[in-house]
Design a protein around this ligand. Structure first.
Ligand code: AMP
Ligand code: MG
Length: 441
């Protein structure tokens, strides 16, 4: 990555700060610019069973027609549609059975049909299947063979038959490049006989926590100190995105340690995410280091939680081959703010950087089952519980205390209630936007 990108310091914002939308746009533009100059293009070929949650680098083309031949979509009776006269009811002689995997090799005469199972190849003279449940068996007086009887309007010519190539024509795109591979994609590739997929290499993301008050798990807590929880939330968030995490641990609030840690991370990672040290009072100190290491903006965002955030690019480290810039996110230290800013800004930037075509998390609407206090002029991310109400409709309520440091509210919630910039208080019964944690965090 070179330095030809829009500077995060060029953004002009007013006293209340950047809106969430402006922030997201600025990040997307900067990542776009980085990708234009030096995309992360390395790919690897992995076995299908290792491909879950990887990003597909090359499209999967279908080497075959799916289905490979016309076959029955139902359990029933196969026959030639010329039997469909207006005579009521239609009676056909059952002269055999066709099972999936065993093609029928006989020849049908007029007035005859075959019992057929779902997925069995359509016998040569047959083009229509009448589902079993729409028929009735009639004992035949003339022969040992049973007759099947059905109304002429119970089925139309060609129905209940899957046509060759109907799902996927040979050489067409079965899975597009950029797809974040899901279980169904693995199944789809397997159904085409494809055993390996070419995927993007995993992003390397370094994380560190900054703060003199932070202690490692296992250490004793002296007065005023707290355990470093952010690194664990971030590890979880990043593992869900299936990136390689480089854990740079806890770094003290002193310029030399921070600088060294940032440089080590920049050398090894595509992206560095730190938490803490960007709030008023601490930012000046971090700003100074960042001026030396790259181009980083210190933003105030009109959102809650998550107001202060640093974002930009760290220059390649001297002697690094090949030289590569590192995307930098300096998230606020508050534990909930870390998760909210990750979800709002980091997640989509990582997906974008890793070549994924799916960026935005799905948003739904639900009825607020209680009033919610909200100030216009900032986007709020309240932690909520979404459930089905007594009327069977989706309803949502806020979980307990919403302080930016209160992780329990995240832990008990199953969604974010996203209250837009201009929105004021919400009354009971109003619709609000909701983003579910599942599939997101
Ligand atoms: P800061 O952004 O550094 O001013 O931190 C804001 C608040 O978050 C302070 O109360 C910090 O103690 C707390 N905090 C910062 N980093 C962490 C961390 N890694 N784990 C838990 N709490 C943190
Ligand atoms: Mg701090």
């Amino acid at each position: 990555m070179t330095s030809q990108h829009p500077s995060p310091n060029d953004l002009v914002f007013t006293g209340s700060g950047l809106t969430v939308t402006q922030t997201r746009e600025a990040i997307t533009n900067l990542v776009d610019a980085l990708l234009r100059t030096s995309a992360i293009e390395e790919t690897e070929t992995v076995a299908l069973d290792d491909a879950l949650h990887r990003i597909l680098a090359l499209p999967v083309l279908s080497p075959i027609n799916v289905p490979a031949a016309d076959n029955s979509a139902m359990d029933g009776f196969a026959f030639q549609s010329s039997e469909l006269t207006n005579a009521a009811p239609i009676q056909l002689k059952i002269v055999g059975s066709v099972f999936a995997g065993t093609p029928y090799s006989g020849t049908l005469q007029s007035g005859e049909c075959l019992k057929i199972m779902t997925g069995a190849l359509m016998p040569p003279q047959c083009d229509t299947v009448i589902p079993q449940e729409m028929t009735r068996l009639v004992p035949s007086v003339a022969s040992e063979t049973a007759l099947v009887e059905f109304a002429p309007d119970a089925v139309r010519a060609g129905e209940n038959r899957r046509l060759c190539g109907e799902d996927l024509a040979k050489d067409s795109v079965a899975i597009a490049a950029g797809r974040l591979l899901r279980p169904s994609d693995l199944g789809l590739a397997a159904s085409l006989g494809i055993a390996t997929l070419t995927v993007r290499r995993k992003l390397r993301v370094a994380i560190l926590s900054s703060g003199n008050e932070l202690r490692q798990l296992g250490d004793a807590l002296d007065p005023g100190s707290i355990y470093d929880s952010n690194r664990y939330s971030l590890m979880g968030l990043l593992k869900r995105l299936n990136v390689d995490v480089i854990d740079c641990g806890i770094v003290q609030d002193d310029p030399a340690s921070l600088k060294a840690a940032f440089q080590t991370a920049a050398l090894r990672a595509d992206v560095l995410i730190s938490s803490g040290g960007v709030s008023v009072g601490e930012a000046d100190f971090t700003k100074q280091i960042m001026q030396e290491l790259g181009d980083v903006g210190f933003w105030k965002i009109a959102m809650r939680p998550g107001r202060p955030m640093a974002f930009g690019v760290l220059k390649p480290v001297a002697g690094q081959t090949p030289p590569r810039s590192t995307l930098f996110f300096g998230l606020p230290g508050n534990p909930v703010a870390v998760m909210v800013t990750f979800y709002q800004f980091v997640r989509s930037a990582l997906l974008q950087l890793s070549g994924s075509s799916q960026l935005a998390p799905p948003t739904i609407q639900a009825i607020s089952s209680a009033p919610i206090r909200k100030k216009p002029g900032r986007t709020e991310f309240q932690r909520g519980i979404l459930e089905l109400g007594p009327d069977g409709r989706a309803q949502v309520r806020v979980t307990g205390s919403q302080g930016a440091g209160i992780l329990r509210s995240m832990s008990e919630a199953n969604c974010f209630i996203v209250l837009d910039h201009d929105q004021g208080n919400i009354a009971t019964g109003e619709l609000v936007n909701v983003v579910l944690f599942e599939g997101l965090l």
